[in-house]
Design a protein around this ligand. Structure first.
Ligand SMILES: [Zn+2]
Ligand SMILES: [Zn+2]
Length: 373
């Protein structure tokens, strides 16, 4: 084991998972993690089964784009988009914010709904998803992170699915407390029977419904609501691991790789505010702002709370956020200022270069930045 690997295996992590992990008043670690974020040279073991399956699904999905626009029936197009939203909602509000981060609690009807919707995504069981995601946060951007973005764009986007997990990922995964996940009987049922259930929900039903309900052709059904949907879903999710760990603003903590990304928030129903999310992962909103067009998952959780299906929603106080922004932010927070906002405000800064330049140039000067706050 190299000295850096040794340091990593002895470290308690580069990120926080729950509020209790934080060891500073504004919710972060006090340790310097910069040395752990480099990568060790390692020989990758390719997983050929995954390479073949993913290559084939991507080829069929590309043909699916053509069929979606020029041959598929209108009900097939709507069906594909609705299925995409269902799966994305189960990943964001369910596997991610409920199970991986415990950012709120859910009664059994909501958990059952998430499990059924999640089965349509073909992204392994909710348990598997939540466990890998906890390792990602706790050892973010190190060799113990399953999709370590320090290893480059392709590895964090798709490469990690095509290679065997590093031994450090496996070891660190075992060091985490997953007792709450093991205690959820519904979750464990899905995990145990995953490979019997997933063909039905991810492939058979999405293929049968268009063929029997509105007479869609077999090839359109296979390539559009099945392959195209699954590939877009996988790539949208993967962009959070690659794009949102490389490009964009680090408004809350400039020392970590994750960034703020408005476009991904639309595509992933509110998961693009990734710098905030890694700074405060226990917030059910996964963003400073609540339910809006840029945070559909938060709006859905708030709706479920009104219906009594979700409760104990955790969030972060404005004072705590402000403290963190002033201590570790890159200065870009000043673009939208303080208070709960809809996406419009955030979008102004990102889409109008003049507004962006005026503000970023302004906040770039440290003297003026102090004046702003
Ligand atoms: Zn991340
Ligand atoms: Zn997360």
């Amino acid at each position: 084991m190299s000295p850096r690997e040794n340091a990593l295996s002895n470290s308690s992590g580069t990120g926080v998972l729950f509020e209790s992990d934080a060891d500073t008043v504004d919710g972060t670690l006090s340790a310097d993690i910069s040395q752990l974020k480099k990568v060790e040279e390692r020989k990758f073991k390719l997983v050929w089964r995954n390479i073949i399956v993913l290559s084939l699904t991507h080829v069929l999905a590309v043909y699916g784009v053509y069929l979606f626009f020029f041959h598929a029936k209108w009900p097939t197009r709507f069906f594909t988009i609705i299925l995409y939203w269902m799966a994305m909602l189960a990943i964001t509000a369910g596997a991610h914010r409920l199970w991986a981060h415990r950012s709120y609690k859910a009664k059994w009807p909501l958990r059952a709904l998430f499990i059924i919707f999640h089965l349509t995504s073909f992204q392994l069981s909710c348990f598997h998803w939540a466990r890998d995601h906890r390792v990602h946060h706790k050892f973010s951007d190190t060799d113990a992170d399953p999709h370590n973005s320090s290893r480059g764009f392709f590895f964090s986007h798709m490469g990690w699915l095509l290679t065997e997990k590093s031994p450090l990922v496996v070891a660190k995964g075992k060091s985490l407390d997953l007792s709450d996940l093991y205690a959820d009987r519904m979750l464990m049922f899905e995990h145990k029977h995953y490979f019997k259930l997933v063909p039905i929900f991810a492939f058979v039903l999405p293929a049968i419904i268009p063929m029997y309900m509105w007479n869609e052709s077999f090839i359109n059904t296979v390539c559009v609501p099945v392959m195209l949907r699954l590939v877009v879903l996988l790539n949208a999710q993967s962009c959070i691991n690659s794009v949102a760990h490389m490009f964009g603003w680090r408004s809350y903590d400039k020392n970590i790789n994750p960034t703020q990304n408005f476009g991904l928030s639309i595509l992933c129903l509110g998961e693009g505010w990734h710098n905030y999310h890694h700074a405060f992962p226990w917030d059910y909103k996964a963003a400073e702002w609540g339910g809006s067009s840029s945070n559909v998952a938060a709006a859905f959780i708030e709706l479920c709370a009104k219906m009594g299906w979700a409760y104990d929603l955790k969030t972060v106080s404005a004072e705590m956020i402000e403290k963190r922004v002033k201590r570790t932010g890159d200065g870009t927070h000043a673009i939208w200022g303080w208070g709960d906002k809809d996406l419009t405000y955030a979008a102004i800064g990102m889409f109008f270069p003049k507004y962006y330049l005026q503000n970023v140039v302004y906040v770039a000067s440290e003297k003026q930045q102090t004046a702003l706050y």
